[in-house]
Write a protein that binds this ligand. Sequence first.
Ligand code: TLP
Length: 342
Amino acid sequence: MDRISDFRSDTVTRPTEEMRKAMMTVEVGDDVFGDDPTVNRLESLAAEMLKKEEALFVPSGTMGNQIALRVLSDPGDEIILSDTSHIIQHEVGAAARLAGLQTRTLKTIRGRMDPDEVKKCIRGEDIHFPKTALICLENPHNDDGGVAVSPEYMKEIKAIAESEGLHVHLDGARIFNAALHLKLSAAELASYADTVMICLSKGLCSPVGSLLLGTKEHMKKARKIRKMLGGGMRQAGILAICGIIGLTKMIERLKEDHERASAFADFLSDIPGISLDRESVNTNMVYFHIKDNMRVIRTLEEQGILVIPHGDRVRVTFHNDVGDGDLERLKKAITDYTGKLL
Ligand code: TLP
């Protein structure tokens, strides 16, 4: 097969030319000793951009989320979060296994839990009850269509948490996608949470790495937990330099992914036999329903077009390594496939 059009995830993005070149010459040190100047520069840059006191470079988004859970809760506590959040669906049960938490999951619609339901779930003191420690948000909400969730909603949840003495963690793996769509700063979204995890290795094209951000005190605790989990890296500047390039040069480009996702969603909306929640498509992902989704996925794969299943849906993700040519190829393959079904 000559060409692969890989729409499986924005995690498949390869580092840009500039990143590869910068990796060759970047200054490095041992980050466990706090000696890597490039990691330190990345952490300061991210903290400044998101207006948090400190940032911590971690190997993956999953580790960032899991460290946050440990920082903001004690084993045996309960956390409230979306039933389709990444923490629930895609982190191998780590909240239970690594942080010892009980999870209270709530239905989400377009990335939002019902604030009244959230309130009802917060437990008072009772000898039988676990302590409610934390509410987790995700923005954009991946499983609900990569949908960007409004700042008003986040503010409402933060106010509920504050009034009950709870913390809020934001899984902001694609926070810049959400901020671009909502036309506000990532710092504003981050302001509605105590800790925020952001990924560098998705639309921003870094090969590896995420950041956890929060107060100095929380990040001190987080640094130790990262070490315990085996996430203390040594000459990690070689990766951090890509994160710096991602944060300074790759954010605006995400708009192109949103435009392609939106064009693709419009295209799908006109095809009989395909259904999607058009309103939830506002960042770089398109989820759609089609009968026997695995069959479509296999047919596309035979033509070198890669997409993934998500339950009974198909997910298509736009990113730096797929352009207009790939989109046209995908549209043609879907037209051919659905044409044959009619
Ligand atoms: N998401 C991946 C898969 O794990 C599903 C993807 O292809 O979308 N939070 C959110 C909202 C995410 O979407 C992801 C990755 C993570 C956390 C975890 O990041 P990594 O893969 O760096 O552990």
